[in-house]
Design a protein. Structure first.
Length: 271
């Protein structure tokens, strides 16, 4: 594998942005059904990738937004949206996670041009790691910031320690992500921009999965109400609308697709 950290022929390595969220992906059961739903809600268009017919990339205005992997049944995995973080070495990141009380669900597995793994932190929140070249058009993805990730966890400080050690946040390495503590949140910055937040208050044993520790994917949209209406019309579930009953129109909504994968839509003006 080429471990050059520079940009060559518009290809960016995970080493150049290590520790930062580099992608979001849906693990689905039925690729066609997932495409129909997310096209209705977001207007996404989909293209194939060399990994096979179970893998597709979603685009919004020609900017890559997210991946869909229809492998939930084949790999006996939960249907869910998952953030992926760039790492220099998937093997080393997996080892650091296990040493610090995390678990490995899948991998590392080779997905040319890189390697991926799915892990869970000490409180059970699932996340992915990626070593290798980033998807073509990734710079546009980062500039457009169509997706934002937030960890809802039991203890934000404890979680920041775990992820910091696994993903090499706030390390001495040039280009590492910076960690800041603001009010009751941990804020992660990469190249000066906020790329993730960690929020305390989740309950580890809560029966409601929206309360248990988990990573939540937020998609920036121009019209939250339209997304909510489309989600309802196409078999999805509305978990919560708005952050305040005074918001008219709402600026945020938590939704579930027909298979149960949860995500958030957030107004671009608040993004």
């Amino acid at each position: 594998m080429n471990r050059d950290t520079t940009v060559q022929d518009d290809v960016i390595s995970s080493q150049s942005v290590f520790g930062a969220p580099c992608w979001v992906s849906l693990t689905a059961r039925d690729e066609a059904a997932a495409e129909d739903y997310y096209h209705a809600v977001f207007g996404w268009k989909f293209r194939s990738v060399p990994l096979g017919d179970r893998f597709r990339i979603a685009y919004a205005n020609d900017v890559p937004v997210a991946g869909i992997a229809a492998v939930a049944s084949m790999w006996q995995m939960a249907v869910a949206w998952t953030p992926y973080f760039a790492v220099s070495s998937a093997d080393d990141a997996v080892a650091r996670g296990q040493e610090r009380g995390g678990t490995t669900a899948v991998g590392p597995i080779a997905f040319p041009p890189g390697r991926a793994a799915l892990l869970a932190d000490r409180d059970g929140a699932v996340f992915g790691i990626w070593e290798g070249r980033l998807i073509s058009g990734w710079e546009s993805w980062r500039r457009a910031a169509p997706a934002f990730v937030r960890l809802h966890t039991r203890d934000a400080f404890d979680a920041a320690m775990f992820y910091g050690e696994v993903l090499e946040w706030a390390s001495a390495r040039p280009g590492c992500c910076e960690v800041h503590y603001e009010a009751d949140e941990v804020v992660l910055r990469s190249e000066g921009g906020i790329v993730a937040r960690i929020h305390s208050g989740a309950v580890e044993a809560a029966p409601d999965p929206t309360i248990r520790p988990h990573w939540q994917i937020h998609f920036a949209v121009p019209d939250v109400e339209a997304c909510v209406a489309a989600a309802r019309a196409h078999g999805g579930t509305v978990v919560r609308v708005g952050t305040s009953h005074t918001e008219v129109p709402p600026t945020e909504a938590v939704l579930r697709d027909p298979d149960g994968a949860q995500f958030t839509v957030t107004s671009r003006r608040n993004h």
